[in-house]
Design a protein around this ligand. Structure first.
Ligand code: PMP
Length: 575
């Protein structure tokens, strides 16, 4: 490298912001340029305003190889930023690159003050690409013949669900991206096993919220000024990203809402009130969260319809062999969770949808627990509505998503009236804007909706399928150890039918007592009925302890949980 990071710091300190931009251009000129045949489409970094080609390859055959990063751009200022990146990562091994606090470098150089937020996104795109390559490379190349390594650029294939790589999942370095977990609580490492209630936020999401607030905040879809235009652009980019994430045919089918609860109520009122008639049936399950239970119960009351339930098997799955007993031409609507927030049961959505459509019913999927933890495909499953919350998906609170099939959104009535959702307002009546605006009356949770796009991008970069596989491996680990504890009852089905949630109870140990003892070891779980009282009635208990896993949990977390439960048993004298 022709310049070191220390030299860059030194130069920057003496310059005022305008001269710093000039200096970026100057160091950009010095960076070696790619030949035309090196500018390969597969090495293009997404999210950059200008074109950036970037490769990261192992320099040697070590298990944790030194990373050789090369990059070029068609914009000189970006070449300046690349120079800073290359100087920062110079000589580091893949695992060191993955763990390197690059934002500290950006902060020390005050980069945010003189590069546009869009450029900053591009810079983040480069950092993400390098980090993903580093994660993929750390410890994975020792068995590749040396000759084959030279010049191999790591391809972290991008798919809709995100990165596909054979590299081991490095939960520790993922955990390091979550500032709230990088602290000690009474001298102990926090172990957060309550992501089913709300997930923690990676730095990328927190930074995005700050970027919007500090860089270009304005109301959305209103101002034709620079800030307003930028906000609209960011919101639409987020909408598009979310659409791709769940494979929606169009971003016009993605409505920003306040969250799952509000959205389920919206659909019950907006679609349900219009189409449910006396004598109709609404089919739900006893494993539903109250948010996907009470709105339908109330709709049934208003409409003179009957609420019916798909029977459960003894191990807490939907008994599909008895679906015919409850699904008929009378069924107007089926509402079911993608994954139970208590039992962890993953429901057969595609099968349920086919059965619902066969009798002319629509299906509403409460994806609050499923969307953050497994690939969702609204077209393959053919669902009518899919609903989820941002805060369980590593995103902010206050924002959620309603996906609706185009015809369903057309026929659904808005339930909130006001600004933005109208087409024309006359003194005696009004007409509505097309979806999604029709369902987005008033001011949106703008910052949160934009940062939700970043959360989705973060999940895609890590890879939603990889997150799922990681959580399943933690589940297996926890399952094996917890089932070995005497008098331990785990609720719900075996591992092949569930996602990363485990609810349990030990004979004679109250979940609240256990939660308090776990908390003394900075192990955060949830206890209670988890907003699923009918399910707890069915299980015959008033409360359970719930542990729920996310991308940042580690095998060490599981071991700590198990040993804390063992010592809690002793303290509570139940051994
Ligand atoms: N459905 C399920 C399955 C849930 O787990 C939750 C959150 N616990 C909700 C709905 C409600 O989500 P929110 O609180 O974000 O509205």
């Amino acid at each position: 490298m022709f310049i070191t990071l220390d030299e860059i710091f030194e130069e920057f300190e003496d310059l005022d912001p305008r001269d710093q931009s000039q200096y970026l251009l100057e160091i950009g000129y010095e960076l070696p340029r790619f030949e035309d045949n090196q500018k390969r489409d597969e090495d293009l970094v997404h999210g950059c305003q200008s074109q950036v080609w970037l490769t990261a390859a192992p320099k040697d055959g070590a298990a944790d190889p030194v990373l050789q990063i090369s990059a070029d751009s068609d914009a000189e200022i970006v070449r300046g930023l690349i120079t800073i990146l290359l100087a920062s990562y110079e000589g580091l091994t893949a695992s060191q690159v993955a763990a390197y606090p690059i934002t500290d470098v950006f902060d020390r150089l005050h980069l945010r003050q003189y590069i546009s937020p869009q450029r900053h996104n591009g810079l983040q795109g480069m950092v993400d690409r390098i980090r993903n390559s580093a994660i993929a490379l750390s410890g994975t190349h020792s068995d590749v013949p040396k000759g084959e390594q030279a010049g191999v650029s790591v391809t972290v294939k991008e798919s809709r669900a995100g990165a596909e790589t054979d590299a081991p999942f490095d939960a520790e370095s993922i955990r390091a991206e979550f500032p709230v977990l990088n602290q000690l609580i009474d001298g102990q490492r926090p172990i957060f096993l309550d992501s089913g209630a709300s997930a923690q936020k990676p730095k990328a999401v927190i930074d995005k919220e700050r970027e919007v607030q500090e860089g270009y905040f304005a109301n959305a879809y209103r101002g034709r000024h620079a800030f307003g235009a930028r906000i609209d652009e960011e919101l639409e980019a987020s909408r598009k990203r979310i659409a791709a994430f769940i494979n929606a045919p169009s971003e016009r089918q993605i409505v920003f809402t306040p969250g799952t609860t509000a959205t389920l109520n919206m659909v019950a009122a907006g679609w349900g009130d219009r189409f449910t008639k006396p004598g109709d049936e609404i089919l739900i399950t006893e494993m539903e969260h109250h948010a996907n239970f009470v709105p339908w119960q109330q709709l049934a009351k208003r409409a003179g319809a009957t609420l019916r339930f798909i029977p459960l098997t003894n191990d807490g799955r939907l008994d599909m062999s008895r679906l015919d007993e409850v699904l008929s031409k009378k069924t107007r609507l089926v509402a079911v969770c993608g994954m139970s927030n208590v039992l962890g049961t993953v429901n057969p959505i595609a099968e349920l949808t086919r059965a619902a459509h066969d009798v002319g019913a629509v299906i509403v999927v409460d994806g609050a627990q499923s969307v953050p933890h497994m690939t969702s495909d609204v077209q393959a499953d053919d669902v009518d509505f899919l609903i989820f919350s941002g805060h369980k998906l590593y995103g902010p609170t206050g924002v959620g998503v309603l996906y609706g099939r185009e015809d369903r959104l057309e026929e659904m009535e808005p339930v909130l009236f006001g600004g933005h959702m109208i087409d024309r307002v006359f003194k005696d009546h009004s007409t509505w804007a097309p979806p999604p605006a029709k369902f987005e009356a008033g001011t949106l949770p703008i910052v949160q909706a934009i940062a939700l796009g970043t959360a989705v991008e973060w999940s895609q970069n890590v890879g939603i399928d990889r997150i799922h596989a990681h959580e399943q491996s933690l589940l297996q680990l926890a399952w094996d150890q917890l089932t070995a504890i005497p008098n331990m009852q785990i609720y719900g089905p075996g591992l092949e039918h569930r996602g990363g949630i485990l609810s349990f109870r030990m004979h004679d140990v109250h979940p609240e007592d256990l939660a308090a003892l776990l908390d003394r070891k900075a192990i955060m779980t949830r206890h209670g009925h988890h907003c699923a009282m009918p399910l707890h009635d069915l299980l015959g208990v008033s409360a359970t302890t719930r542990t729920s896993f996310a991308a940042y949990n580690t095998a060490e977390d599981v071991s700590a949980l198990v040993s804390a439960i063992m010592s809690a048993r002793q303290i509570l004298r139940r051994n």
